[in-house]
Design a protein around this ligand. Structure first.
Ligand SMILES: [Fe+2]
Ligand SMILES: [Fe+2]
Length: 480
């Protein structure tokens, strides 16, 4: 992953500042100023502010309705930092201020005092930045500016989706990931998998696809490097159900498809961890071990089968999802067969997500847009052509979540495909950088817009790699 060291360092520090600040505020609410927990939280906060000054000669935290920025760079939300991120954001929003700026270094005691004043502050009904600023001055805390609320970074990317909806979509996604983690761990330890939780997770995903499809699809751009197998299974479930919905499957069929998709890689629990988690590329032998996960998966599902609880399509999907329509994949079969319908769907969703996710199969990730081209190239051989067409109409040729350079020099994120099949290269996008490279938040517009002379106002020139620019794609869709 080619992230510049500066951006990388800043990202780490942004997350650290979010964490240190929240821990300091919370400690100040729970403990007396002399308490060791608060003192050590003050030390950490002061050290983090020092590191930010060393890196950027500034330490500024700005909190909007949806995002947090540190020194002008959006802090990325990851699964494990989600709680802290949303707690700090809610807390600062409820304070009625826009954030803080440490104009010079502060020591550990000052940091603990700062946390105590802010953590215990009760709002005053207006002009909070002035009142809170005055409290800090009274407490002898200098070099901290309280920022005003509002301004340029407050933005709602999906104005029509209220924050509760976005929160719910985020919860559905995280619940899916937690269930898959639990499922794989219980299988490894020989415990019975929590079937009712799996069923509930899949039902929630189906419900979101039927009501908030674009928000939940946006979540599949989440690439969690620590938990690729878990997020991959959830992504494949969401992508499969979205494709199933596009071709008109009923709710019950979508549920069955979603369940099979969520379980498709269950055989990976039988692949030794040294192979599964190997950092480098796999040897031929390791690769053949990895390939056995399809057979292992089918076998696990067969051996767990009790009448009425484990329908055959889950086993078929586990067994067939890497076979390909032309049977060119694995495992090698002695007698030709037609893949099950669900296996054809999951095969496409799986190839798309694995191809665009680092580490799932130890290959270099490719952009979603290139992956769509590959699906098209292999349509009719590896993949069912009708299903590939439907899949592309769900995601667009430049898929949802892609970051693109436009011919105007602006940079945008693809939010939804255009409803017309004629306009697959003209999705709705959200501008995130102006032509001069300055970061902006919105507006959202359609690339089908034309000027008075009938020329398209904007077109996609090329797809960019968001990691190179430190852009957090999922945060543009839902509460990741
Ligand atoms: Fe697989
Ligand atoms: Fe997979």
């Amino acid at each position: 992953m080619s992230v510049s060291p500066i951006i990388h360092a800043r990202h780490g520090l942004g997350t650290e500042l979010v964490q240190d600040l929240w821990v300091a505020f919370r400690s100040a609410q729970l403990y007396e100023p002399t308490n060791e927990t608060l003192k050590s939280a003050g030390q950490k906060l002061a050290a983090c502010i020092r590191s930010l000054h060393e890196l950027d000669q500034a330490a500024k935290l700005e909190v909007g309705d949806d995002i947090i920025e540190v020194n002008g760079v959006r802090v990325r939300m990851e699964l494990h930092t989600y709680e802290l991120y949303s707690k700090l954001r809610t807390f600062v929003n409820e304070l009625g201020v826009g954030g803080f700026e440490w104009t010079a270094l502060i020591d550990a005691d000052e940091a603990a005092d700062f946390a105590a004043v802010v953590g215990r502050y009760t709002t005053n009904g207006g002009r909070e930045h002035v009142t809170l600023g005055a409290r800090l001055t009274e407490a002898g805390i200098q070099n901290v500016k309280v920022l005003t609320r509002g301004g340029e970074i407050v933005h709602d990317p999906f104005a029509e989706a209220d924050s509760l909806t976005k929160e719910r979509v985020g919860v559905t996604y995280r619940m899916g990931v937690a269930v898959v983690r639990d499922l794989l761990e219980s299988q490894r330890e020989g415990r019975l998998p929590p079937r009712y939780r799996i069923r509930r997770a899949v039902q929630s995903i189906v419900d979101e696809v039927l009501t908030e499809q674009m928000l939940i699809l946006g979540m599949t751009c989440l690439r969690d490097y620590d938990e690729p197998t878990f997020t991959h299974s959830v992504n494949v479930c969401i992508l499969s159900v979205s494709l199933g919905h596009k071709i008109g499957l009923t709710r019950l069929e979508l549920y069955k498809l979603g369940l099979a998709a969520l379980l498709h890689d269950i055989g990976k629990v039988d692949v030794p961890k040294e192979v599964l988690n190997k950092a480098g590329s796999l040897t031929d032998h390791e690769w053949s071990v990895m390939q056995r996960h399809t057979t292992y998966g089918a076998w696990r599902l067969v051996s767990e089968r009790t009448p009425g609880t484990m329908p055959a399509h889950e086993m078929l999907v586990a067994f067939e999802h890497h076979l390909n329509v032309d049977l060119s994949g694995y495992p090698k079969l002695y007698t030709p067969r037609e893949l099950s319908f669900y296996s054809k769907i999951v095969g496409i969703a799986d190839a798309f997500d694995a191809g665009t996710t680092p580490r799932v199969y130890k290959t270099d990730p490719i952009t979603p847009a290139r992956m769509v081209e590959i699906l098209e190239e292999q349509s009719g051989t590896r993949f069912d052509p009708v299903l590939v067409k439907a899949f592309i109409s769900v995601l667009g040729i430049v898929p949802v979540g892609s970051m693109c350079l436009l011919d105007t020099g602006e940079v945008a994120i693809v939010m939804t495909p255009d409803p017309s099949a004629k306009n697959l290269r003209r999705p709705r996008v959200r501008l995130i950088a102006a032509a001069d490279g300055v970061r902006i938040d919105g507006p959202e517009l359609s690339l089908t817009e034309q000027d008075d002379a009938g020329r398209y106002s904007r077109s996609i020139v090329k797809v960019l790699d968001p990691d190179k620019y430190g852009i957090d794609i999922p945060s543009h869709f839902a509460e990741a």
